[in-house]
Design a protein around this ligand. Structure first.
Ligand SMILES: Nc1nc2c(c(=O)[nH]1)N[C@H]1C(S)=C(S)[C@@H](COP(=O)(O)O)O[C@H]1N2
Ligand SMILES: [Mo]
Length: 260
């Protein structure tokens, strides 16, 4: 597989008419084999997720992209570029559940007893309750969650913009990473530029209702500029750090940046 992609060739302008299975294969290949994300591809080709889904030239693109890595992707990240948004009529129902286990084993957390621990490079380490988070300004988005396993789905998520929260707790926003720890032992981390991105939200509601158990209750991070696995559910603790925190899938070889 990697042998095919030694030679860089022309950029992704020539992409035409791919089918949905081809796109799904592309996502998987970019991600697992080349260490590249759909988001990076999107950045480099200048097309959005929507137009990508109607286009092709996958092998050529793979060759073009194969030399890039996390560092390059981080440099390419445009903190002002927004992920595409959708109409309410486009929301995917039923919305898929995904985790590294089956739905029956999803954590069942009492939102009234839940506390979010905050640590690392922040001045206020007071734990947060759902009620206190709901007291902060809320934002809503209809965006697409893209899973590396080859599916995507559109949903509506609302909650506290992560930037507002980080500012509120006196986070050192010059630090490199925000690490996130979940009740199911899942963990992930994002770069600070992505943490401060206007569409990165601490999600409390899904489809206008409190986040259901399957989708990460009581709080998950929604990061529409990144692939699904960088959207941790059931978050219990977060920390700001300059030490690379890794992640559940990231530590098994998935590309860490995985975003646009
Ligand atoms: N805590 C936790 N968060 C997680 C995961 C997980 O296994 N545990 N899986 C990730 C993956 S791979 C995807 S695609 C999305 C799926 O989110 P959904 O169940 O809302 O569709 O959650 C992400 N967040
Ligand atoms: Mo995923």
């Amino acid at each position: 597989m990697t042998d095919e992609i030694k030679r860089p060739s022309r950029a992704g302008k020539e992409i035409l008419n791919a089918s949905k299975p081809q796109i799904e294969r592309l996502q998987r290949r970019l991600f697992l084999r080349q260490g590249l994300s759909l988001g990076a591809l999107v950045m480099l080709t200048g097309c959005d997720y929507g137009s990508l889904a109607e286009n092709d030239g996958l092998d050529r693109l793979l060759r073009t992209m194969s030399g890039f890595n996390d560092r390059v992707q981080a440099l390419l990240f445009n903190p002002h570029r927004l992920a595409p948004t959708y109409a309410a009529s486009q929301i995917t129902k039923p919305f898929p559940f995904n985790a590294f286990y089956g739905i029956d084993d999803a954590p069942d957390i009492d939102p009234d007893a839940w506390k979010l621990e905050v640590s690392g490079l922040v001045s206020d380490k007071t734990p947060w309750t759902v009620q206190r988070l709901r007291g902060l300004p809320q934002e809503s988005q209809i965006t697409r969650l893209i899973c590396v396993e080859g599916w995507s789905a559109i949903g509506q998520w609302s909650g506290v913009p992560f930037r507002a929260f980080l500012e509120r707790i006196g986070a050192d926003t010059t630090a490199k990473y925000v690490g996130l720890k979940c009740a199911d032992k899942y963990y992930s981390s994002i770069d600070m530029a992505t943490a401060l991105h206007p569409q990165t939200i601490m999600t409390l509601d899904f489809g206008g209702e409190p986040l259901p158990g399957a989708y990460g209750a009581p709080m998950r991070l929604r990061v529409p500029t990144k692939l699904g696995f960088k959207n941790p559910k059931y978050i219990q603790a977060l920390y700001v750090t300059n030490t690379y925190p890794g992640g559940y899938w990231e530590d098994q070889g998935y590309n860490w940046f995985s975003g646009s």
